[in-house]
Design a protein around this ligand. Structure first.
Ligand code: NI
Length: 393
């Protein structure tokens, strides 16, 4: 217990440094697969930490290895580093200096917190039975994602557990949301193209009008969710674009629908894709039109391993108190942390970053998104406490 209090105190002493790192990154955001300066910044700081071996698996990612004095397992701690194509409207003194690019998801904070944890752990490596692998990952926001690329390089095959955290705007700063089982969804996308036969709008009987066909498809797709899927298995099916036509007196040849499907279970994901194909083909066939469904799978859902999650929960509750830990509901957002969970069991959890009193209430990816910086030392301490828990020997 004394050591845990000590860890929190140490993290508090590093708070201004972690905040300064976050603000530097916030001011200089870089898009997915373009995190050149960000990766350089991270590699330089890691390089100053005694005992941390730094490598650069790809041009915009950084790995740090901290081997404890005693043998034991390997724990991978992951932060993502990329920003979004959003124009910042926060008016913060350290707002983005790059027009059209913004850290609007909190990845600046993730990077700063993992650097903070690395600093804390480097000073305590005599206590570590095993290795901490610090994974500073590029391109979480852009499919196919940086996680899959790093996994594909086989540099993480020897990692025994993966842990990642995400700042979370729906959750009050000071709270940590941890849950076993499904955490995020598979963010799939689809494009449906219906081809009919265009012609004069005054002579519909001489055409195959694709517009009523896609209208029927949009409505019928919702029946997949409401009539074909177990209501206890979450599914979102949203049509987000419809394109057809060029004039008020011309029936077009073709109409297109674009949208997203979110599922938390691979069997449901497969079923939705199959039913979509059947529904679309059936409706198109009924009207004599042709249809094509292009279904693109996104990241796999993040599903937390129960035993790993229990250990993460224990470490965080010992550090911040039982009251700080809450059980969050699964979210339908996508996250490529799931790629690591194909290698070894993992836990992905949410760090509260909301502060209504300070107006920090905007959702992720919003131009006015911000985080309560008071959460940053807590997150750094949480990662360090988790490492001490997994590598206690
Ligand atoms: Ni994010």
């Amino acid at each position: 217990m004394d050591e845990q209090v000590d860890l929190l105190e140490r993290a508090m002493a590093e708070a201004s440094q972690v905040v300064a790192w976050r603000r530097h990154l916030h001011r200089h955001p870089e898009l997915s697969f373009q995190e050149i300066e960000t990766a350089q910044f991270v590699a330089e700081i890691l390089g100053t930490l005694e005992g941390v071996e730094v490598s650069r698996p790809t041009p915009t990612s950084v790995l740090g290895r901290l081997r404890g004095d005693l043998p034991g397992p390997c724990l991978g701690l992951r932060a993502d580093m990329d920003a979004l194509p959003v124009t910042e409207e926060t008016g913060l003194p350290f707002a983005s200096e790059r027009p059209g690019v913004m850290h609007a998801c909190g990845h600046d904070g993730h990077t700063a917190m993992l650097l903070g944890a690395a600093k804390l752990l480097a000073e305590m490596r005599h206590l570590l039975h095993g290795e901490v692998r610090f994974i500073f990952q590029h391109a979480e926001e852009l499919s196919p994602g940086g996680a899959q690329e790093l996994v594909g390089l086989h540099l993480l095959d020897d990692v025994d557990f993966f842990v990642g955290q995400h700042l979370w705007a729906p959750l009050e700063a000071g709270k940590v949301g941890i849950a076993a089982g499904p955490v995020t969804a598979a963010p799939d996308s689809f494009t449906i193209t219906v081809t009919g036969r265009g012609g004069h709008a005054a002579q519909p009987h001489l055409t195959i009008d694709p517009i009523p066909v896609v209208a029927e498809i949009v409505l019928a797709l919702q029946q997949i969710v409401s009539r074909n899927i177990d209501p206890l298995r979450p599914v979102v099916l949203s049509v987000t674009q419809i394109h057809a036509g060029t004039a008020d007196n011309v029936l077009p040849n073709e109409a297109t629908i674009v949208g997203t499907v979110r599922t938390q279970d691979v069997s449901v994901q497969k079923l939705v894709a199959e039913l979509m194909e059947r529904t679309v083909q059936g409706i198109a066939h009924a009207h004599g039109a042709d249809a094509r469904v292009d279904y693109e799978k996104g990241y796999l859902p993040v599903v937390n391993d129960p035993a790993t999650t229990q250990r993460v929960r224990t470490a965080v509750a010992n550090l911040l108190g039982e009251n700080a830990v809450t059980q969050t509901e699964p979210s339908m957002v996508g996250e490529d942390f799931s790629a690591y969970q194909q290698v070894a069991p993992g836990c992905f959890f949410w760090l509260g970053s909301r502060n209504e009193a300070n107006g920090i209430v905007f959702p992720h990816h919003h131009p006015r998104f911000d985080i309560e910086e008071g959460a940053l030392p807590l997150g750094a301490a949480a990662l360090a406490a988790i490492a001490l828990e997994f590598l206690a020997g």
